[in-house]
Each structure stands twice: as C-alpha cells, then as structure tokens.
Design a protein around this ligand. Structure first.
Ligand SMILES: [Zn+2]
Ligand SMILES: [Zn+2]
Length: 51
C-alpha cells in the first residue's frame, strides 16, 4: 500500500477527503462555484452534514 496524499475536497460544502483529484467527485467539481447548494456527491459523510 502506497502512501496517499489525502486532502479535503475543494468544494467548501463538502467534507469528503480525496486522494486522486481536486474534488472527490464530478458533482463537487460542478458545485464548487455554488457554495449555497448542499453537496450532492452522495457520500454518507456529506449527507450527514446537510441541513
Ligand atoms: Zn461531498
Ligand atoms: Zn466533495
């Protein structure tokens, strides 16, 4: 197992961690410009933070 460089998703409304790209998912990449919209990446971690 290699050492991964995990970092938080670039979407401010998202709390997911990602290691491969700037965003954890294409959805976050699209929502980065819309911080007023709740993250919809589908990750359980994020869903729990909505409200
Ligand atoms: Zn998310
Ligand atoms: Zn994300």
């Amino acid at each position: 197992m290699t050492t991964t460089d995990a970092h938080k998703c670039a979407n401010a409304a998202c709390g997911c961690m990602t290691t491969s790209a700037k965003h954890c998912s294409p959805r976050c990449e699209a929502l980065e410009m819309r911080p007023d919209i709740a993250c919809s990446c589908g990750h359980a971690e994020c869903k729990d933070k909505t409200s």
